[in-house]
Write a protein that binds this ligand. Structure first.
Ligand SMILES: C[S@@+](CC[C@H](N)C(=O)[O-])C[C@H]1O[C@@H](n2cnc3c(N)ncnc32)[C@H](O)[C@@H]1O
Length: 251
């Protein structure tokens, strides 16, 4: 079972002792709230607003949601048509409810640029928190994708890379995008950014959980199954195949 937060196994009994009998709902609610703590709130201790980058943001829905949570959110898109769609979606701002009344809404910026290019860094600054668009990229680009994220992330625990691992259940030999994105592929690439990762003839990574990560390799600090997801991330009978993972630098 995936858990909403990494709890040290020795602390689990003590945690649940506080939520006996019918209090289990409260116990789970508290765990899920703690997960929000993994990436931290939108306002830093000194009061400045934290930034979030959504590369390959498509229609921009994640950017608008993050801004409604209070982050200054930046959407990066290589397609001009997609950027137009983002601007249109922004007009639907009433769909995005403000999450934290104290933080209020963050700023929304859409930029038409290539994630692997450096020009946008000067324009918007280094956001230091990122989201993935792994499934949109040709698997040949995955080493560069992983390296780029490690370069952009702020040191732990301020910088968090959030990945929606989807579609995990697609046949890896089927053409994309979206390309099949199993959890093991994230693990191999983000543990060894920039390195060539070998795949077998079924299109799956040759995973070796005992191999040490490389010096710049990221650490997975959380991994869970979302409560709900879009239909592409579901299998028969609504089974949820998607997972969410959060990664940080080790230094
Ligand atoms: C899977 S879609 C994102 C979907 C988005 N979450 C939504 O709900 O609309 C991936 C997007 O990445 C963009 N993209 C692909 N390669 C890119 C790159 N190198 N730099 C910036 N955007 C890129 C594509 O144009 C596409 O819109």
């Amino acid at each position: 079972m995936t858990s909403p937060i990494n709890i040290d196994p020795k602390d689990i009994q003590a945690y649940w002792a506080k939520y006996q009998d019918n209090k289990y709902v409260e116990g789970w609610a508290s765990l899920w709230t703690k997960r929000a703590d993994t990436i931290g709130g939108p306002l830093a201790l000194d009061g400045h607003r934290r930034k979030a980058l959504v590369p390959g943001c498509g229609r921009g829905v994640d950017v608008l949601l993050l801004a409604s949570f209070g982050y200054d959110a930046y959407g990066l898109e290589c397609s001009a048509t997609a950027v137009d769609a983002c601007k249109k979606e922004k007009e639907n701002h009433s769909r995005y409810h403000v999450g934290d009344k104290k933080a209020w809404k963050g700023k929304v910026t859409f930029v038409q640029r290539d994630f692997f290019d450096n020009t946008w860094l000067k324009e918007i600054g280094v956001p230091r928190n990122g989201f993935d668009f792994f499934c949109a990229l040709n698997p040949k680009l995955r080493p560069r994708w992983a390296l780029r994220h490690t370069e952009l992330l702020a040191p732990s625990p301020r910088g968090n890379l959030i990945c929606l691992e989807s579609p995990r259940h697609k046949n890896p030999l089927a053409p994309g995008p979206p390309f099949a994105s199993p959890s093991e592929a994230y693990m191999e690439h983000l543990s060894r950014p920039g390195e060539k990762i070998s795949y077998n003839d079924k299109g799956l990574v040759n995973a070796d959980p005992l191999r040490e990560p490389s010096k710049g390799g990221l650490e997975r600090v959380a991994h869970w199954q979302p409560e709900r997801t879009h239909t592409v991330g579901q299998g028969e009978n609504g089974v949820i195949h998607d997972r969410v993972s959060i990664w940080r630098r080790r230094d």
